[in-house]
Design a protein around this ligand. Structure first.
Ligand SMILES: Cc1cc2nc3c(=O)[nH]c(=O)nc-3n(C[C@H](O)[C@H](O)[C@H](O)COP(=O)(O)OP(=O)(O)OC[C@H]3O[C@@H](n4cnc5c(N)ncnc54)[C@H](O)[C@@H]3O)c2cc1C
Ligand SMILES: NC(=O)c1ccc[n+]([C@@H]2O[C@H](COP(=O)([O-])OP(=O)(O)OC[C@H]3O[C@@H](n4cnc5c(N)ncnc54)[C@H](O)[C@@H]3O)[C@@H](O)[C@H]2O)c1
Length: 485
């Protein structure tokens, strides 16, 4: 069959840009389609990572100012929200410059098409009245925010990660956040620091349930210290008007909030995301959807073997680097006879709150599933000199290691709560990725007092335990006296 293109990619977010960019870079004839020119860059640029990190940056300046009051600085007032958003948008525009249709066409030779695409056959996509065909089609079409569905919700404006970064033009007086995942945590802290009163309703018992339990607790304590009113085991039963919620108990325990009302000025809903399946012509394309997700196998193939789904469209982990990871694997599978299967054992993620929570690799749940015996090394940062000097309390490191006389001590996973934890944990994640032992860090020289010395401390603790327990001290004493007669 003669095709118009080597590859068609629908969606120009983190997944689609990388996928089309690589294909074009090796000289393939690639079509990359997104709905509007501004949609290029996807959620990460327009409604996700970039604006959330930019607003968190401004919020951290406010937190620093407040902390400095203890030393005589006088600060007052709330953020000028218009200026804050001008800053956020200006950062987005800088990044947008290398994610536009024009940039991709010029830099990589990609055929970029602005229009809404739909599959019209197993190897066919229609856009702007044109029919494109290719041996492979990649759906990098992302996800959409899940909406609340409770009685009375029609009276309330549901702010989400799209509207909050583009439509909100004043600092909310009282922001009611519903969720408990990373969006809720990051934005609750950002808005509190900028001057909003924030109430965070969490249906379950913890924040960020995918992280080790202690990390959720550390984050909750910090958010509460800063003024976020967190209500765990609590849900909204209904809305009685545009600014009043009637609460009900959530979770297993319930928090006794049932029957209470809560007044707010703005409602931010961050209760997860749904894979985008509508309007894509999936049925015509022979792509099955089940329980709201595109059906895929562990090689990103849909039920049509010519069509793949990556990024949020894949329906698993939803991160920009998740989309990048899918891309690398997919390209391997499109070219190499040795196929790669999706596996999260070496994945990582960071919640960019203060403290940051960085988690990587395998978790106790995964060890249990795989029947792997493991050792846990845990360290508080409370005695760390740098943490003391910078008055940072509540830092915590967990490292999971393999067990066994010969193969023991390999880094399998872990988590860190600390300022810049996402940067600090990279060495540990490298060791895991390369299958190396934690003890590999023992002799590395960490300049005093870099914050990441804590990562080494855990490794040295193992070595020092070994040198100071059992028969070893006796042997060392003997050796010392022998050498120093
Ligand atoms: C508030 C927030 C903060 C986040 N922070 C982080 C973070 O710090 N780090 C991180 O790694 N991840 C973060 N994420 C997650 C990250 O943004 C997403 O996982 C990532 O953007 C998904 O990329 P994608 O390419 O799969 O989808 P998207 O970026 O959503 O791209 C899909 C594209 O497909 C297009 N499209 C859909 N249907 C069609 C059609 N029919 N025709 C043409 N085009 C179509 C859409 O217009 C869109 O541009 C955050 C998410 C949110 C919401
Ligand atoms: N720093 C980062 O990397 C970052 C930041 C923000 C978002 N993200 C990505 O975006 C995705 C979406 O984030 P999110 O925070 O919306 O989702 P999430 O799926 O991680 O968390 C959703 C939370 O909402 C709760 N929930 C679900 N339905 C509910 C309901 N009906 N009522 C009350 N609570 C309900 C869940 O229990 C959970 O705590 C994340 O999974 C993550 O992959 C990443």
């Amino acid at each position: 069959m003669n095709y118009t293109h080597d590859l068609i990619v629908i969606g120009a977010g983190s997944g689609g840009l990388g996928c089309a960019g690589f294909g074009s870079s090796i000289g393939l004839n690639v079509a990359l389609i997104d709905k509007t020119a501004k949609a290029f860059g996807g959620d990460c640029l327009n409604y996700g990572c970039v604006p959330s990190k930019a607003i968190l940056h401004v919020a951290s300046l406010f937190a620093g100012g407040k902390e400095a009051e203890a030393f005589g600085l006088k600060t007052e007032g709330k953020a000028d929200f218009k200026k804050v958003m001008e800053y956020v948008h200006s950062r987005q525009e800088v990044i947008r410059a290398h994610e536009t249709p024009e940039y991709f066409a010029k830099e990589f030779g990609t055929e970029t098409i602005v229009g809404t695409a739909a599959m019209t056959g197993r190897n066919e996509v229609s856009v702007n009245g044109r029919k494109l065909t290719a041996p492979n089609i990649v759906l990098a079409t992302g996800s959409v925010p899940r909406k609340m569905e409770v009685p009375g919700i029609d009276q309330v404006k549901q702010w989400d990660n799209e509207s909050v970064f583009w439509e909100l033009d004043e600092l909310p007086e009282h922001l009611l956040v519903v969720g408990g995942g990373p969006i809720s945590c990051e934005l609750s802290q950002a808005f509190t620091r900028l001057g909003s009163k924030v109430t965070l309703l969490v249906r379950g018992e913890r924040l960020n349930e995918k992280d080790p339990e202690v990390m959720g607790d550390i984050l909750a304590r910090k958010l509460e210290e800063e003024g976020v009113d967190i209500r765990f085991n609590t849900e909204i039963g209904s809305f009685t008007n545009a600014t009043t919620a009637l609460l009900k108990d959530g979770g297993a325990a319930g928090a006794g909030n049932a029957g209470r009302t809560l007044e707010f000025t703005h409602l931010l809903v961050a209760i997860g995301r749904k894979v985008r399946t509508e309007g894509l012509g999936l049925e015509q394309g022979g792509v099955k959807v089940e329980k709201g997700k595109i059906v895929t196998d562990d090689r990103y193939r849909t039920t049509n073997s010519s069509v793949y789904a990556i990024g949020d469209a894949w329906g698993g982990e939803q991160f920009s680097h998740g989309a990048e990871f899918h891309n690398t694997q997919l390209w391997n599978n499109l070219i190499s006879p040795i196929k790669k299967k999706h596996n999260l054992d070496k994945f990582a993620w960071v919640t960019f709150t203060d403290p940051e929570i960085a988690t990587f690799g395998m978790t106790p749940k995964r060890f249990k599933e795989k029947g792997i015996d493991f050792e846990t090394r845990e360290l508080s940062l409370k005695d760390d000199d740098r943490a003391i000097a910078a008055d940072f309390r509540g830092g915590h490191l967990i490292v999971y290691l393999s067990k066994g006389w010969w193969g023991g001590g390999k880094v399998l996973g872990g988590s860190l709560a600390a300022p810049a934890a996402g940067e600090m944990i990279q060495t540990l994640h490298y060791l895991q990725t390369e299958g190396k032992k934690y003890s590999a860090l023992t002799n590395m020289i960490y300049p005093y007092p870099v914050a990441s010395r804590i990562v080494q401390k855990g490794a040295r603790q193992g070595a020092s335990d070994m040198l100071t327990s059992g028969p070893v001290p006796k042997i060392l004493r003997w050796a010392y006296r022998l050498v120093n007669r």
